[in-house]
Design a protein around this ligand. Structure first.
Ligand SMILES: Cc1cc2nc3c(=O)[nH]c(=O)nc-3n(C[C@H](O)[C@H](O)[C@H](O)COP(=O)(O)OP(=O)(O)OC[C@H]3O[C@@H](n4cnc5c(N)ncnc54)[C@H](O)[C@@H]3O)c2cc1C
Length: 323
């Protein structure tokens, strides 16, 4: 095994898990875990790159500074971070193998921290340029659609989400100037809904003139690329049905809506497999992501240390005095 722990997803949950697992033994040096983060974006951070996140109460924020501190800590403790999307995570003899488009990585343990939807390289920049928009409640969506409808430079809008995006689409039914195209990402629980294409958004980017978005969509009728002025991300739908876990091959216990259902130590019912953050379902927030990530990091380290040394580690959260 090249690694002890592979973390899938480099958002607040995955980075917290990685840094905790790599740091836990620093003072006592019982055993140093070799940790690798695999993340589908173009830099670590997940949804926390989109905008500063409010932690619990106004005034406590998770900004670029906090994100940088997590990434710096990962570097200080030798955590590898690779910007590669995991296509499959499978069990192998004595551990797990994660396959990306660039290769395969093996580890004793794995942490699922892939959030509630598959992130895409560069999407936070498109968000900052108002090409990617988001909403989490229907009054805000109504407002957004009115604004877009009144903007004569915008003709087409694409709406994406998990299966429950169909409910959003129905909510929007009615006369409007804009052409609206809707698609739903798996998993699917019910029959197809007319007007809602099924498949995966594989890529999103700005066109050469930077004036429109180009989407690559792998649908039931094959792969197609098309342009749209704006993409609206239906986080309401993604929070109701996990769309980021298609890579996960082991049959782990899940909630009814598809999110992973670990125990209180963030251990799934597959030995050596842990989960944290939005991937474990509601509530969806950075505090939960970091807390669960930290717990998963401890638990994954505990699992690995016992396997490697035969002894239980000291899990008191020492500050690493050596840095
Ligand atoms: C616009 C916006 C505003 C928000 N505001 C707040 C707020 O104010 N307060 C708050 O508490 N929360 C807020 N949230 C929610 C918060 O961002 C999330 O709860 C938090 O980021 C979850 O962290 P995570 O690490 O679990 O998942 P994510 O941040 O989603 O990170 C998951 C990472 O996994 C990667 N990934 C997915 N699939 C794969 C794969 N197959 N292989 C490799 N990598 C993969 C993704 O690319 C992503 O980088 C907001 C979210 C958004 C979008």
């Amino acid at each position: 095994m090249e690694y002890d722990i592979i973390v899938i997803g480099g958002g607040p949950a995955g980075l917290s898990a990685a840094v905790r697992a790599a740091w836990v033994a620093a003072p006592a040096a019982t055993y140093r875990a070799r940790v690798l983060v695999l993340d589908a974006g173009d830099a670590p951070g997940g949804l926390a790159r989109w905008q500063p996140l409010v932690i619990n109460t106004p005034g406590h924020v998770f900004t670029k500074r906090e994100l940088k501190a997590l990434v710096t800590a990962c570097e200080a403790f030798g955590v590898g971070i690779r910007q590669e999307r995991v296509l499959a995570l499978r069990r192998i003899d004595g551990g797990f193998e994660a396959t990306t488009e660039h290769g395969s990585y093996r580890a004793l343990a794995a942490v699922i921290a892939a959030g509630c939807r598959l992130g895409h390289p560069g999407e936070h920049r498109l968000f900052h340029h108002n090409r990617v928009l988001w909403f989490h409640d229907t009054p805000r969506l109504d407002y957004l659609m009115q604004e877009l409808d009144a903007n004569s430079t915008i003709d087409t809008v694409c709406l994406c989400g998990a299966e429950d995006v169909a409910a959003t689409q129905r909510h929007l039914d009615g006369p409007r100037r804009l052409a609206l195209r809707t698609f739903a990402e798996p998993p699917y629980a019910g029959p197809p809904v007319p007007g809602v294409a099924r498949g995966r958004l594989e890529r999103l980017a700005a066109n050469a003139a930077q004036s429109r978005l180009v989407l690559r969509f792998a649908g039931e009728d094959g792969v197609q690329e098309f342009e749209t002025d704006v993409l609206i991300v239906d986080f309401n739908a993604y929070q109701k049905r996990a769309a980021s876990l298609g890579f996960l091959e082991p049959a782990v216990r899940r909630l009814a809506n598809g999110f992973v259902d670990p125990d209180r130590d963030m251990h799934c019912d597959v030995p050596g497999l842990f989960a944290a953050g939005d991937a474990t379902g509601a509530p969806f927030g950075v505090v939960k992501a970091m807390s669960e990530g930290t717990l998963a990091g401890f638990a994954a380290y505990d699992y690995v240390c016992r396997a490697r040394t035969g002894a239980a580690p000291n899990l008191f959260p020492f500050y690493p005095y050596e840095i």
